[in-house]
Design a protein around this ligand. Structure first.
Ligand SMILES: Cc1cc2nc3c(=O)[nH]c(=O)nc-3n(C[C@H](O)[C@H](O)[C@H](O)COP(=O)(O)OP(=O)(O)OC[C@H]3O[C@@H](n4cnc5c(N)ncnc54)[C@H](O)[C@@H]3O)c2cc1C
Length: 503
């Protein structure tokens, strides 16, 4: 990447928290919002103190619950004038601390924006407010035999605004694309209160493709107030193969072989033995608990297409060393096979007091290598790790099991997670898959990106958020943070992954 002039990051100038400051901000917000939409007592703001990364908590100074776009505009202008940082928030299911509050800041919740504005079955689009739940879009479209394809496991709760901000993915994204491939248009409000529309309802929009820049920007560029998504026809039929392997290297290679055979399954997921044994007693999905790993490969389409594709996948899996293959015969059985995968996170809670879910992406051909690397780290850190992942996308979700009540174990789990991400970078992958950077992976950004690249990210932020007030201190690390992280990680003079470019 060529960046000509490094942009300097403004030092934080906004006033710190104090009761007087809180009163000032509450009074200003009450000029533009009804009293019930401005929360500031601890018992009212407590539910907003963290997102899905619950190890980190911070009470916000104020929470606002606007109901109209005009109110969002007024909130942005008021906060800009008073130099108050704003953290947008959907359902708070994010796993990287993106919606984590700031002590002297405002949390802007989209909880009241739950309307499906327009469903156009002929054009196969839905226009919805940002607080609409992911699954609610498909429920609204079901009457027309349509659905919204990206399906994060949290889809029952998470909002489309959060999905846009995180560029969320799910099991079906291998075939149907991530959020960025399924959103046509976003309407958002900048920190200056401007209403901006990115993209269009047509397949292309004039000018630079800023929609792609905005999707995945973690609430740092603007507050989403409306989203138009693509809907696609529900497939006539879907069936899933469950294949066992007695060796994780073979299962990793099988994933690469399926894709190399020119097949794009509707879902291609892998679970290792620890995950299978963790989930099976909980959901009774019928998983092979003796297998070193299982793969779930789904095919969807017309019955002829599915039959043909299942046959080809079965051949590839057999040739790749599968020890047992089962194909779902009914819709109920298909859902049962998936239930274990979908419930992997809650199941982790049954076998360990705490778990830390990592998220990184690697080239598929390195799946086996990275799994072996993680097994080595389990010994090094003395912690178990269950591997569940979107194998077809190379998107790993190692669940590091630990007990936060044991002194130092949270820190150890975080070190373990950071080392997994460094390994992802070392094999040519990335530190983010679908959960975003937030505060969780901000140090790992120092490993992935050079100072010039990080400056380019700050320049993009500055172009949208001139005041640097929208979700500041998330996702992009400052030079100082990276310098501190670099110092922390040189232990005994041994720089890890020394071949990677650093400053
Ligand atoms: C059990 C579980 C399973 C999960 N599975 C998946 C999965 O399979 N795939 C996946 O991708 N993720 C998954 N997640 C993570 C999470 O659900 C997604 O990141 C989701 O998109 C977050 O949506 P949310 O509404 O909860 O957003 P929040 O957590 O409230 O916010 C997330 C980010 O979006 C920003 N934001 C929210 N609303 C707006 C808005 N209107 N305008 C601008 N910025 C906004 C916030 O500032 C924050 O940075 C899972 C989480 C859990 C707890």
């Amino acid at each position: 990447m060529n960046v000509v002039a490094p942009a300097s990051v403004p030092a934080s100038t906004e006033p710190a928290f104090s009761p007087a400051r809180q009163q000032q901000v509450v009074a200003a917000l009450r000029q533009i919002l009804p009293a019930h939409a401005v929360l500031f007592n601890d018992e009212d703001t407590r539910p907003y103190e963290c997102d899905g990364l619950a190890a980190y908590r911070q009470l916000p100074m104020v929470v606002v619950l606007p109901e109209t776009e005009a109110q969002v505009v007024a909130i942005m202008q008021t906060c800009r004038d008073l130099q108050v940082p704003i953290v947008p928030r959907g359902a708070g299911t994010g796993l990287s601390g993106g919606a984590m509050p700031i002590a002297a800041g405002v949390v802007l919740s989209t909880a009241k924006f739950t309307r499906v504005v327009k469903l156009d079955a002929a054009a196969r689009t839905a226009t919805v407010q940002p607080g609409v739940r992911n699954l609610a879009i498909s429920e609204a479209a079901a009457a027309h035999d349509l659905y919204y394809a990206p399906d994060p496991s949290s889809q029952i709760a998470c909002t489309i605004g959060g999905n846009v901000a995180e560029n969320s993915g799910g099991v079906h994204c291998l075939k149907y694309g991530l959020t960025v491939h399924n959103v046509l248009r976003v309407r958002m409000v900048t920190i200056n209160g401007e209403i901006v529309e990115l993209g269009s309802e047509a397949l292309d929009a004039p000018g630079l493709d800023l929609l792609a820049v905005f999707i995945g920007s973690e609430g740092m560029l603007g507050v989403v107030t409306e989203v138009t998504v693509k809907l696609i026809p529900k497939p006539q039929l879907a069936r899933v193969i469950m294949a066992s392997f007695d060796d994780v290297v073979q299962s990793g290679n099988a994933v690469a072989n399926v894709i190399a055979a020119g097949i794009i399954p509707a879902g291609l997921e892998m679970m290792d033995r620890t995950s299978v044994r963790m989930v099976e007693p909980f959901v009774k999905a019928g998983y092979d608990t003796d297998a070193a790993a299982i793969l779930l490969c789904e095919s969807d389409g017309t019955s002829e297409e599915v039959e043909e594709e299942i046959g080809r996948m079965r051949e590839v899996l057999n040739a790749s060393g599968a020890t047992r293959i089962e194909v779902s015969q009914t819709e109920a059985e298909r859902l049962r096979f998936w239930s274990g995968r979908k419930n992997a996170f809650p199941a982790a809670g049954r076998i360990s007091p705490d778990y830390y879910c990592m998220d990184g992406t690697i080239p598929r051909k390195h799946l086996a290598r990275v799994l072996l690397g993680i097994a080595h780290m389990e010994n090094k850190y003395g912690l178990r790790c269950a591997n569940v992942f979107h194998a077809g996308d190379g998107n790993l979700h190692p669940l590091i099991l630990f007990d936060a009540n044991r002194p130092g174990e949270l820190h150890l789990a975080e070190e373990f997670g950071a080392e997994i991400l460094e390994l992802c970078v070392a094999v040519g992958g990335t530190i983010t898959g679908e959960h975003g950077v937030g505060i969780e992976k901000i140090n790992s950004m120092c490993v992935q990106f050079s100072p010039l690249e990080r400056d380019a990210f700050f320049s993009v932020k500055r172009a949208f958020d001139t005041a640097f007030l929208l979700n500041p201190d998330k996702a992009i690390p400052t030079l100082q943070r990276c310098a501190e992280y670099g110092r922390m990680h040189v232990q005994g003079g041994q720089l890890k992954f020394a071949e990677l470019p650093r400053f």
